[in-house]
Write a protein that binds this ligand. Structure first.
Ligand code: WQD
Length: 335
């Protein structure tokens, strides 16, 4: 079975490629290296002892996508390739719509033209905005997106849904909560380019002395300790969920042509709890300060994992401690 992984040299993509290979799948990666580096390919091979095929293609290049699909027999697609920084998307919305939407459309068009019907879409809990009820189920209402990034995920799901109505496309959208951590080998992990937008890379870079202080965006939220709550899921647990979802489609166990699953641990942790846990597992004291809330942030989000556990037969197994320690070990390998 040959699986195309777009964005396969990225954070979640690379971890998913390793799990696919260890499950015996042949993997071909398309990545334009906008948010990654080519040495991740060798790192993946050093973990799985198999080097994936790699094509340096920008999915906005419609002809290149067409040429790829007409010359590669693919059994399924896992689509990670997208721009994903919430704040950046507010600064450059058109680039986000161009990249995230046109790439998706071109991949879906060529899948249809080449009778490739199994599709896994990288979506996000950001589609829920600040949910009215916690934990968040897959039936929670989709709220107007707080950012162009979140909007591209909402629009993406709608495009895929419409695609399943006019072809034999079968799709699963996986709505991630907050992916963190790194592979236990510390050979792959989160590689933020420039100043990290997400919490954990900023934490590990502060602990490593690369950043002078961690700013906590707001300690006046209506939460037990005043800092915002998220559902932090280990990236390896997340990667494994992609294999389960892919197999569901390959073995035709899906119950609808478009399905959605929340991927989280079901547990919420505040920023301060994350910091305290990191200090415990790393033995480092973190230098942090409280500053104003970040525009667009929500107070609290954590997943109701019932459907994913029951329907997918998947459950997150790794703890916040495991994830934070793996992130720290990964940081220590970076120059
Ligand atoms: C987590 C918490 C911040 C940085 C976004 C997207 C989501 C996914 C993950 C792509 C928040 C606080 C952060 C810092 C802080 N993106 N924080 N200081 O915003 O929950 O989710 O990134 O896949 O789709 O919505 O993640 O890591 O940016 O923030 O206090 O320097 O940490 O306010 O409460 P977020 P995050």
């Amino acid at each position: 079975m040959k699986i195309l992984v777009t964005g396969g040299l990225g954070f979640i993509g690379s971890h998913t490629v390793v799990e696919l290979q260890q499950e015996g799948f042949d993997v071909v990666i398309i990545d334009n290296l906008s948010k990654s580096t080519i040495d991740v390919l060798d790192k993946i091979a050093s973990i799985s002892n198999r080097k994936p095929d790699y094509h340096h293609i920008d999915l906005r290049d419609k002809i290149a996508v067409k040429t790829f699909f007409s010359s590669n027999a693919i059994d399924g697609v896992i689509h990670f390739a997208a721009s994903k920084a919430v704040g950046e998307s507010v600064q450059m919305p058109l680039e986000y719509y161009e990249n995230n939407i046109s790439s998706l459309v071109y991949v879906l068009q060529e899948m249809s033209a080449n009778n490739v019907s199994n599709f896994i879409f990288s979506s996000s809990c950001t589609v829920y905005g600040q949910a009215d009820e916690l934990p968040i189920t897959e039936n929670a209402p989709i709220k107007p997106a707080e950012s162009p990034y979140g909007n591209t995920k909402q629009i993406g799901e709608e495009i895929i849904k419409d695609g399943t109505k006019i072809s034999d496309l079968k799709a699963i959208a996986l709505r991630y909560f907050n992916p963190i951590g790194a592979h236990e080998s510390a050979k792959i992990g989160e590689l933020p380019i420039g100043v990290p937008q997400n919490l954990i890379p900023f934490v590990t870079q502060t602990a490593a002395g690369i950043r002078e202080v961690l700013s906590i965006f707001g300690n006046d939220y209506p939460t037990p300790d005043g800092t915002a709550v998220r559902d932090y899921i280990h990236v390896v647990d997340l990667a494994k969920a992609h294999i389960v979802a892919l197999k569901r489609l390959l073995t035709k166990q899906n119950k609808a042509s478009f399905e959605v699953f929340n991927l989280g641990t079901g547990k919420g942790n505040s920023v301060l709890e994350v910091i305290q846990t990191f200090e415990k597992v790393s033995g480092k004291n973190l230098n942090y300060k409280f500053v104003d809330r970040r525009a667009g942030d929500i107070t609290s989000a954590y997943a109701d994992t019932t459907i994913a556990n029951k329907e997918l037969g998947w459950k997150a197994e790794l703890s916040l401690e495991d994830a934070l320690l793996s992130a720290w070990k990964w940081q220590l390998t970076l120059k």
